[in-house]
Design a protein around this ligand. Sequence first.
Ligand code: HEM
Length: 267
Amino acid sequence: MKRVWGYIAIAILFFVLIWVWTLQVDNSLNYPEFISGGALFFVIFILCMFNVRKRLPFLPLWPAHKWFLLHSVAGFLALFLFWLHADVLWPKGLYVQILTILFYGTTLSGILGLIMEKIYPNLLTRVGLECIYERIPRDLAEIRNKAESLVLECTEKTGSDTLAQHYIETLGWFFQRPRFFINNIFGGQNAQTWVMQQCSVLERFLNEAERGYLDQVYVLAETKRKIDFHYSIQTMLKKWLLVHVPLAAAVMTMVIWHLIVIQVFFN
Ligand code: HEM
């Protein structure tokens, strides 16, 4: 934690220095945008170097956790430098507006990713079940098969199809594939409530023998609910970079184009 504050202090100092410098340049009737723009380009360049660092982990380029901290703090610094440079939240002109949308998109995805990387691992630990992402489809199929076999066995052995009817109408939907994705990524409990509700409503219509089968289906549904939770959280953890990185690449491309246009304009 102490280390984070060190990085934040350096970022604030850097920002204040650039800000004071731009004010001085502004007073001497020069272009302060060159100072803020140069600083912003430098910070965006450092942000993008994170990708290079991750691709070349064997190089002695500072430990990964320091890069992570540097990147997260520099991301916020870039946002403030962007506002200093543009002087408005939403600039005029289509081309700079596209650049702004891309930059805001990268920053927002970065902030969401950071929040997820901090919160999600704890949520997964609390579920109390370990799960390998790549094996989830197979695990779910196994659970579904077991649930269906139980329902079939119940109908055969008890001669009543109440559980089977209910399975076809409601529980079958749940066992089909991962469910409650949106609610899960917000840490919600809708899946648990839904499963409990379905089972407690059904329980009243079953006899003793059928209830034994329902209890077993409930245990399977509970396991499936936990796997669904893993699926939702791990999907988000795996996929958010697929938004952040292409946006960052687009920002870098637009920034280089912006620099070329400025060069042409001032020469
Ligand atoms: C407040 C703003 C930002 C935050 C909080 C942030 C956060 C993050 C985080 C948490 C990671 C992944 C770390 C990991 O798990 O390995 C990441 C990766 C990355 N970010 Fe950002 N970011 C921000 C802004 C930016 C900006 C503005 C750019 C570039 C224009 C950028 C470019 C990248 C790149 C290139 C990667 C490397 C991805 C990879 O190769 O795996 N980020 N960012």
